[in-house]
Design a protein around this ligand. Structure first.
Ligand SMILES: [Zn+2]
Length: 226
């Protein structure tokens, strides 16, 4: 017997020491992933995720009401896995030499979604709509830090995460329009996309209440304490 097997043999011996076999009783197969011991596809699927640990940001993204394709994009963005120039360059793939929106800075996801002058104009407008101008990111603001530290009343949290994902999604789509379809980069085009998309999401009841709307900034829908 090889040396590694010996300790395993003794462990098994110890565990089986109290097992009494009853010859007249037939062996039964028990499925340990369900309470009744019976196999079901649902319990097998759940078993895949046993022991998984989810990051708080992922929980918020999946709890938001954004459409699945947008949640998936947001989840990739939270892991910095979107195909911006820095990532493409690391893999030796063709990539824009500068940020396609401002043509001034190297393109990273953090720059594109928050720090870029075009993105910041979009945020300045969206945050004015929400009455939250103080949330305006700086050019160097850390994406995850900013994204996860926005505070709002619990009742509106899902709206807020949905609204933030909507803005990120529209910036990303506009960036792709510029890179792949020759569109002209502009804050106005992103704002139009946000409004158009918002209207669809609102009709689909993905937003509840009037706190994270994208109206003219003269309308301030959010009051503290609500
Ligand atoms: Zn830029």
């Amino acid at each position: 017997m090889d040396e590694a097997a010996l300790p395993e043999f003794f462990m098994l011996w110890q565990r089986l020491a109290n097992v009494q076999l009853v010859p007249e009783r037939e062996d039964v197969l028990l499925w340990r992933w369900s309470t009744d011991g019976i196999y079901s596809a649902q319990s097998a699927y759940r078993a895949f995720f046993a022991g998984q640990v989810r990051a708080p940001i992922s929980e918020e993204i999946w709890r938001s009401r954004a459409p699945y394709s947008c949640k998936f994009f947001a989840w990739l963005a939270s892991k910095n896995r979107c195909w911006t120039a820095d990532r493409l360059r690391r893999r030796g793939l063709p990539c824009p030499s500068a940020c396609p929106l401002c043509d001034q800075e190297p393109e990273t996801l953090q720059h594109l979604l928050l720090g870029c002058v075009v993105a910041r104009e979009t945020w300045a407008w969206a945050l004015r709509c929400w009455g939250r101008e103080e949330w305006l990111p700086d050019p160097d603001t850390d994406l995850l830090e900013w994204w996860t530290s926005r505070a709002c009343p619990t009742a509106h949290r899902r709206n807020m995460w949905t609204a933030i994902i909507l803005v990120f999604w529209c910036i990303w789509r506009h960036r792709n329009d510029v890179v792949f379809n020759g569109a002209v980069a502009s804050h106005g085009a992103i704002r139009d996309k946000v409004r158009e998309e918002f209207e669809r999401w609102r009709l689909a009841k993905l937003f509840r209440g009037t706190f994270f709307v994208f109206l003219d900034p003269t309308v301030v829908p959010w009051q503290d304490g609500e």
